[in-house]
Design a protein around this ligand. Structure first.
Ligand SMILES: [Zn+2]
Length: 256
């Protein structure tokens, strides 16, 4: 079997034996893989720096035809995740890795997912100075990943009856329906969060594509962070490890 070459983001690396490592990587051409990197921790191995968390590397991988771990034979570092002065940006990078891992199945190639995640990791790498835009960048990334994996929230009409939403004031967001619901459909529903007009407008803006996120008041970033955290936990059936700490002063979504 010939080794195949691809670009990959390193999502995790666990020691295996004395000098080897089992790595979780997201490859542009093959999707998410778990692979054994033999001798990864040996000095002068073929993996020099290429298996550091959140690095992007060119890897050579031998795919197993059925079950078991793939074999990673080489990783050459293309770009490393640098720690700047912002802890929020570092946690943001870890959050990207966790999401990419949690929202994808093994060996299901989606080059666009790779591109979106890679661009975000590059933006967060080496972040120094004011880190208030990080929260918005991450919500934009979450919405893009959700859209590409078929879980993008409905934000323009009622997710249940497809009717129109209230013209003003707060709008209900139902976790089970995966989006906004009209006043009629929200009645008696569980897991409903109330979203301000500014919060809904911000989510719509950020889900509309790869535009530069605009600065937002912290009350709005706190609100949409809370909603996304609740929605992601609902989708995955467990809370994510990182997001609660992403926004200083962020608050939990308001249940109604
Ligand atoms: Zn409805």
């Amino acid at each position: 079997m010939a080794a195949e070459k691809t670009r990959a983001i390193v999502l995790r690396a666990t020691p295996f034996g004395e000098t080897s490592s089992v790595v979780g990587i997201y490859c542009r051409e093959f999707g998410k893989l778990r692979a054994l990197a033999k001798g990864a921790w040996r000095p002068k191995s073929g993996f020099d720096g290429g298996l550091d968390l959140l690095s992007t590397s060119q890897v050579l991988v031998l795919r197993k035809s059925s079950g078991g771990l793939d074999l990673l034979t080489e990783a050459s570092l293309e770009s490393r995740f640098r720690v700047g002065t912002s802890l929020t940006a570092v946690l943001g990078g870890l959050h990207v890795a966790e999401l990419l891992d949690a929202l994808t199945a093994d060996a299901d190639p989606q080059p666009e997912l790779f591109d979106v995640a890679h661009a975000t990791v590059r933006r967060l790498s080496g972040w120094s100075g004011d880190d208030s835009p990080v929260a918005t960048i991450l919500v934009a990334l979450e919405l893009a990943l959700l859209r590409l994996t078929g879980h993008g929230p409905v934000l323009t009409h009622c997710a249940e009856c497809h009717g129109s939403l209230p013209a003003s004031g707060r709008t209900a967001f139902a976790m089970l329906d995966g989006g906004t619901v009209c006043d009629r459909c929200r009645r008696g529903r569980r897991g409903v969060v109330s979203l301000s007009a500014a919060g809904l407008a911000a989510l719509r803006d950020l889900s509309s594509g790869p535009v530069e996120p605009q600065p937002m008041p912290t009350t709005v970033t706190g609100e949409i962070r809370g909603l996304m955290t609740t929605y992601l936990a609902h989708l995955l059936g467990r809370p994510l490890r990182v997001p609660a700490t992403l926004v200083r002063g962020g608050r939990r979504a308001r249940h109604s």
